[in-house]
Design a protein around this ligand. Structure first.
Ligand SMILES: Cc1cc2nc3c(=O)[nH]c(=O)nc-3n(C[C@H](O)[C@H](O)[C@H](O)COP(=O)(O)OP(=O)(O)OC[C@H]3O[C@@H](n4cnc5c(N)ncnc54)[C@H](O)[C@@H]3O)c2cc1C
Length: 460
């Protein structure tokens, strides 16, 4: 019945049901869930609306999916349902340079957006390290961050308006200029649980006239962390301030020969943009602070090629660790910048205790850590150890005044952990918001909230 109805609405070519196809959509970069009942590839908001109406009638869950690069199980079906893949809704729809904005379909890959508009002198700022693969719809779903979000803000700061299909299959639009509640901001980061994004107007920024990229080598991860606090504490906001430890630097160098010093215990990758004089003054000021905190090297990228190579190494770090272990598990926590040394020490201690190799590559300027726990999933001891270390990392981040996710979202992975940062009443209040948008829990059910949390607790 379901397959016939979907085929009737979208055409046979847009409905996938073979076991091989379903298997491809049963996981994301975090986990494997169950097989969906069907995968659909709509080409318009009207088709999305038709699918939602069928799902509602037949009580099938709906899971919106971009590229499946999510690291928390957000796009993974956990009780069958229909996966809505936006692979065919990937167009740049309208370019409005006068108003510095562009309208895109949700399946457009992040990097392709900036590449396609580069000749206009503008760019789209949020740049998750996954930007070669992840989509604008997925970035909106998770409120993605990225190295340059230190200066420019995360996805929510760049979404101007949304076209949404709601749980009844009705299409509506929101905009940041609307009076009353800011529904646009509410929908960004809602992980496909409040509505399905079918197009978005996003902000464009002018490509800065000058950009400098430097690397600083440090004798310890503590001295690099202290330099990060001192740079931001001095009122300097570089466009990016990223850290990699020795494990990551060696893996990156072996994979890409990007130009990082392999003898450093930690490396900062620093970028500053603006007028040439501003970049020159950032160079002098940041170099002074880095040296005062023990930097043994401060080196500028001398050409666009060198700059690109350093960034390619940083953004390819997760792939490079495949040279060390067959599997990795990325944690994502945030702490106040001044607590970075304590947080990194806790990661190191837990990893040593459980004999797991860890590599740290992260958005240091934002205090957003990503310990990559390197393991072999065929070894049950290592799997258990990685899960245990992940829990220790979450608990320590909360103790240090931080939180359990900086940018990857909650999905399935961290729904239990939400109780570490919110009281039951707070979670129930959020569940009430969800109920307003999706009272029948059709949209990406069983994500974000711990089991057993519902709006009813607010009403009693
Ligand atoms: C190597 C690597 C590096 C990464 N680096 C970063 C980083 O620097 N910063 C960062 O923030 N993340 C990073 N991530 C995580 C991931 O890439 C982001 O979460 C990204 O935003 C997911 O995009 P996607 O298109 O793959 O979405 P998916 O994984 O397919 O979906 C993500 C969520 O969005 C929802 N969704 C998708 N499309 C829609 C839609 N049209 N309407 C409503 N909801 C929708 C899904 O239901 C799901 O909940 C990284 C991942 C990897 C593997």
């Amino acid at each position: 019945m379901l397959i016939e109805r979907l085929t009737e609405a979208l055409g046979a070519d847009a409905v996938k049901t073979s076991p091989e196809d379903l298997a491809c959509y049963s996981f994301d970069a975090y986990s494997q869930g169950v097989l969906p009942s069907a995968v659909v590839l709509p080409t318009s908001a009207a088709q999305v609306s038709a699918v939602v109406k069928i799902a509602r009638e037949l009580e099938e869950p709906l899971i919106a999916r971009g590229s499946g690069t999510g690291l928390c199980g957000g796009a993974t079906p956990i009780r069958a349902g229909i996966v809505l893949s936006f692979a065919r809704m990937n167009q740049l729809l309208e370019l409005d340079i006068e108003n510095r904005r562009v309208r895109v379909a949700p399946g457009l890959v992040n990097l392709q957006l900036s590449e396609r508009i580069a000749s206009t002198g503008y760019f789209y700022a949020p740049d998750p390290a996954s930007q070669r693969a992840s989509t604008i719809g997925g970035n909106i779903g998770t409120n993605a961050g990225g190295p340059h979000c230190l200066a420019y803000g995360t996805t929510v700061n760049h979404v101007l308006a949304l076209e949404i299909v709601d749980d009844r299959g009705e299409c509506f639009t929101t905009g940041v200029e609307d009076l009353g509640y800011d529904l646009t901001a509410l929908l960004v980061g809602s992980e496909g649980t409040l509505g399905i994004v079918t197009s978005a107007w996003v902000r464009l920024l002018r490509i800065p006239p000058a950009t400098g990229v430097w690397l600083a080598a440090f004798p310890s991860i503590e001295s690099a962390s202290e330099a990060v606090s001192a740079i931001v504490g001095a009122g300097i906001v570089p466009t990016a301030l990223e850290m990699m430890d020795a494990t990551i630097v060696r893996a990156v160098e072996s994979a890409y020969a990007a130009g990082y010093p392999e003898d450093a215990a930690a490396v900062l990758l620093v970028e500053s943009s603006g007028e040439p004089e501003e970049v020159a003054s950032a160079d002098a000021a940041i170099a002074r602070i880095a040296r005062a905190h023990g930097a043994t090297k401060w080196q500028a990228a001398k050409s666009a090629e060198q700059r690109d190579a350093l960034w390619r190494g940083r953004k390819g770090a997760a792939g490079a660790v495949g040279r060390i272990a067959p599997n990795y598990y990325t944690q994502d926590v945030c702490v106040p910048r001044t607590r970075l040394p304590e947080m990194l020490a806790a990661v190191d201690e837990a990893a040593r205790k459980h004999e797991i190799v860890v590599g740290n590559v992260f958005h240091a300027g934002d205090g957003n850590l990503h310990p990559l726990l390197l393991y072999d999933k065929r070894d049950a001891r290592q799997v258990a150890a990685v899960i245990e270390i992940g829990n220790v990392v979450l608990a320590r981040a909360v103790e240090l005044g931080g939180t359990i996710s900086g940018e990857h979202g909650v999905g399935i992975e961290k729904r239990g952990g939400m109780s570490m940062v919110y009281r039951t009443e707070d979670l129930a209040a959020m569940a009430c918001v969800r109920d307003v948008f999706d009272p029948h829990a059709l949209l990406n059910p069983e994500k974000i909230f711990p089991a057993g949390i519902s709006c009813r607790e607010m009403r009693t």
